[in-house]
Design a protein around this ligand. Sequence first.
Ligand SMILES: Nc1ncnc2c1ncn2[C@@H]1O[C@H](COP(=O)(O)OP(=O)(O)OP(=O)(O)O)[C@@H](O)[C@H]1O
Length: 250
Amino acid sequence: MISVKNISKKFGKLQVLKDFNLEFRLGNSYALMGPNGSGKTTLIKTILGMVMPDEGEIFVKNQPIKGSHSYRQYIGYMPQIGRYPSNMKIGQLFSMMKDMRPEIKDYDLELVEAFELDQMKDKAMGTLSGGTRQKVSATLAFLFSPDILILDEPTAGLDPIAVEILKAKIKRERAAGKLILITSHIMSDLEELTNQAVYIFDGEVYFNDTIESLKELTGEVRFSPAIAKLMQWTLKKKVTKREMSHVETT
Ligand SMILES: Nc1ncnc2c1ncn2[C@@H]1O[C@H](COP(=O)(O)OP(=O)(O)OP(=O)(O)O)[C@@H](O)[C@H]1O
């Protein structure tokens, strides 16, 4: 569904992505992990066409995304920090988004109802709390029932009730066969929501396989200690990228 081929990206002298090769397939949910500043958001933005890679190509549904905008219709994106015109009311924002996709008549309004956004439709975006803004961002990501959902720190800033609502929604979409990419530093969320792990460190993809393989590689039965061990190995440079991927190649 999404093929990332030989993607490299530098910001000035900082090499953020070094020759990334990744395949994201429908029906799977991928945890994108790595320390702060390791390039997770940059990878996402490259897929979304918001950051131009220096080298390499990305394909969505077998079509190169370069020079194309139409592929974005397949993707629902929830940014880490949603930025909206501050005077625009919630209701106006939703109307504007719907006007931009006139061909779609059926909307997924599950989260509008669950987050009770209708009752807040006259509130200006600039006056919203961080959590309510996150609820708006989440709802917009699912609104057009896209095949691909890219969620950057989706549960950050949400209260526990909203977290459960959003997690349940993500699980339903995954069960419906969607492709889901999630970045999060909350390991329990990733364990609950994903089946594949992609671990980025120092500009490189260190691990890219199932969560079961990750547990096997690290000798841990639980997800969180497995990731912690992976992080420690990479930070101490105890293993090379090649050693890390032995599970994949054997
Ligand atoms: N537009 C930009 N210009 C310059 N440097 C940038 C830009 N965007 C990102 N970077 C740098 O690229 C590196 C990777 O950032 P990125 O946001 O992709 O990391 P991340 O893995 O998502 O981090 P976090 O876990 O903190 O969200 C960081 O050092 C960041 O400062």
